[in-house]
Design a protein around this ligand. Structure first.
Ligand code: 13P
Length: 252
């Protein structure tokens, strides 16, 4: 079943002490008043995952990793495997974020391997995709999005998609304060759902959650989330403040 989800991607922010404080704040804010079908996810950096799992144990807050390596184990200095994550009690990993694509040269082909490794280890994947400003300006955004999804995900079987959450993050809206309009988000989300209908059928297309990410704030969340194909948000900057994050969660 399609779920409502608000996820916070903390990126390279918050040391251990700050992460604990933020979790405490979020737990206090979201204790009451969430609709049954709403999930709340936070993604701290690797070094703070263990503590985050412990601190969220008795709450509805779930913990995700921001990345992982595709290999089982081995000589990959500085990397973290799927098994290391599941062993800590992590059930979710974000893959394909545009910052990973841009600064760490992650390609669609590599992401396909990471997705396979994550699913193979029982992890749920928040898969990010989205066009650059240049692609948007030249009107290529539909084609770019279609290619990203096809290359990284469309080798999967229908049943795999119960463990995939999609996150449309137009690069031009990330950390820029410039949000896609609710109509622009809806347009791409509907396009993506249609792609899934064509490839996997209505049931899969209607069950998959598609989040929007890019400068979501308490002030604009409600309007974006009100669109029929927007099932929640992947939040960056505003997820670093408990009150703001909670306000976004409550507006779903
Ligand atoms: P901002 O909300 O800071 O624009 O970041 C969005 C994002 O990249 C979430 O993954």
């Amino acid at each position: 079943m399609k779920q409502k989800i608000v996820a916070g991607n903390w990126k390279m922010n918050k040391n251990l002490k700050e992460a604990k404080e933020l979790i405490k704040g979020i737990k206090k804010e979201v204790k009451a008043g969430l609709k049954d079908n709403t999930r709340v996810i936070i993604a701290p950096s690797f070094v703070n995952l263990q503590s985050a799992v412990k601190k969220t144990k008795k709450s509805i807050v779930e913990v995700a990793a921001q990345n992982m390596h595709q290999a089982k184990s081995g000589a990959y200095t500085g990397e973290v495997s799927a098994d290391m994550l599941t062993n800590l009690g992590i059930g979710i990993v974000i893959l394909g974020h545009s910052e990973r694509r841009e600064y760490f040269a992650e390609t669609d082909e590599l992401l396909a391997k990471k997705v396979d490794a994550a699913l193979g280890n029982g992890l749920e994947v928040v898969f990010c995709f989205g066009e650059s400003l240049e692609d948007r300006r030249s009107g290529n955004h539909f084609e770019i999005v279609e290619n990203q999804l096809k290359k990284a995900l469309f080798h999967l079987q229908k049943e795999n998609f119960k463990d995939i959450i999609l996150a449309y993050e137009p690069v031009w809206a990330i950390g820029t304060g410039e949000t896609a309009s609710p109509e622009q988000a809806q347009e791409i989300h509907a396009f993506v759902r249609e792609l899934f209908t064509k490839e996997y059928g209505d049931e899969t297309a209607n069950a998959i959650s598609i989040l929007y990410g890019g400068s979501v704030k308490p002030a604009n969340a409600k309007e974006i989330f009100s669109k029929p194909d927007v099932d929640g948000g992947l939040i960056g900057g505003a997820a670093l403040n408990a009150e703001d994050f909670a306000a976004i969660i409550k507006s779903i």
